[in-house]
Design a protein around this ligand. Sequence first.
Ligand code: SR1
Ligand code: MG
Length: 422
Amino acid sequence: MSPEGYAPLSTETVAARLAPLPAVAQRLGGGPADWTAAEVGDGNLNLVFILTGPKGQLIAKQALPYVRLVGDSWPLPLERSWFEYNALVRHAARDPGSVPEVYHFDRDQALIVMEFMTGHRILRRDLIDGVEHPGIADFLGRFCARTLFLSSDLGMPTPERKADLALFAANVALCDITESLVFTDPYWDAPLNRHTSPQLDPLVAELRADAVLKVEAQHLKSAFCANAEALLHGDLHTGSVMALGEHAVVIDPEFAVYGPMGFDVGMLISNFLMAYHAQPGHESTPGARAAFGDWILAAASDIWLHFADEFSALWRTQRTGILYPPKLYEDQGQILASEQALTERLAAIWTDAMGFCGVEMHRRILGLAHNADFEAIADTDRRAACEARSLRLGRQLIRTRRSIRGMDEVCALARRIDEGFA
Ligand code: SR1
Ligand code: MG
């Protein structure tokens, strides 16, 4: 049920409704009569307005009481906005500058007023259009390391962590979306599923008949549900990143919940790998996107490298939580033991990440919520050929994740599948 007084904004009402807020009036300049509003929400859930005034611009994001993609037949709590706000505040503290600045939050209206990123575009759009972003892997790897490490028992005081665990555990409805849509629905003929048909039908049937794959997907779901290791962004795909040249921010953490660190990292890498497999569908002549595909694979590899580097630096300098305390290792002159523990923690995150990477591929091609990377390919034969590559890669990653040694191996596999050799 919506709180009393909740009313969705519209392009007609948003200026007058936000005008009384000093944070809004100061940034836009002039008065509401001077402001223009455009609704630009292209995600699956919310309203997003750009407000423009004589002095500046800002974003007003408001949750709707249902899933926008599906309609009011699928109610969804407005409280997701509260979790998004809390996650944004924490991300800003743990990795300053990595998220838009929040100017105002209204819990009853499920409304976040925040910084407009002038000139930035959704990264996924740029990956479709062939635009490179130097430094994006560095930023994203670092963002994951900082937000995950510093929200875990490695780097956060445990009373605060337990309070946050309780806070975000209430994000039940969005968690349920992930639990069902990511980990279960792709592997059976769920009512809201869709895929490129009939081209993918045989492969889809093969995947859904693969009992080992389904057991592994449920092992991964079990890890997602039970391993409340760190505060996840929860929906960290390339549509949740805005970039301009070398600058980027992460947006939309409404799926935030405590979970396994490998989830965010794996979902992110997955979306780069899908962007890679989609490239032949976007090129005007065969091979025209080959160099850009190489750049995407290099970026996917570098995300992991930067994540591991930053995580290691935090381990060595900011391990102030209750886990692996320095008094057991460094303070006893046992630095090698600490380094060994770090290597083992990173290996566990890596193995999880590879599994989550695979299920993300499957759900974006077989489930309800698809990727523009593939959807933008109008010719369904070409689209299906691209999607089939990611479906195959996803299966390999999920089934063999415990023996995959690094991103070089993953990229080599993605290339072999692309060339039709695997
Ligand atoms: C019903 S919501 C479907 C998907 O959209 C969001 O962006 C998340 O990715 C979710 O899984
Ligand atoms: Mg989103």
